[in-house]
Design a protein. Structure first.
Length: 118
């Protein structure tokens, strides 16, 4: 399983970006997907996740601004980020979580840099 994230870049405060993460392999539709981010000097933390049946969850700082979605036909998860703030600056990672029996498997993309200028 490989995850390829893209879509990051430099944007001004208030701007928008859409991140994409394409997953190789056949387990995408059966997997939960998530976006995490890691700012300089901080630990990686959850931004949003989406279950295999489309239920979503967001951390408070991004609620109302970010939208996670998935396209199972394209093996792709998206993160639409609107009203960006400087504190959203981080490397964003996509994550795939898959369960086989009772064992959990986690796979990560390579990260894409998002920089929001003030």
């Amino acid at each position: 399983v490989q995850l390829q994230a893209s879509g990051g870049g430099l944007v001004q405060t208030g701007g928008s970006l859409r991140l994409s993460c394409v997953v190789s392999g056949s387990i995408f539709a059966d997997s939960g997907m998530a976006w995490y981010r890691q700012a300089p000097g901080k630990e990686r933390s959850l931004v949003a996740d989406i279950t295999r049946d489309g239920r979503t969850n967001y951390v408070d700082p991004v609620k109302g601004r970010f939208t996670i979605s998935r396209d199972n036909a394209r093996n792709t998860v998206y993160l639409q980020m609107n009203s960006l703030k400087p504190e959203d600056t981080a490397v964003y990672y996509c994550n795939l979580r898959f369960y086989l029996a009772i064992k959990e498997y986690n796979y990560w993309g390579q990260g894409t840099q998002v920089t929001v200028s003030s």
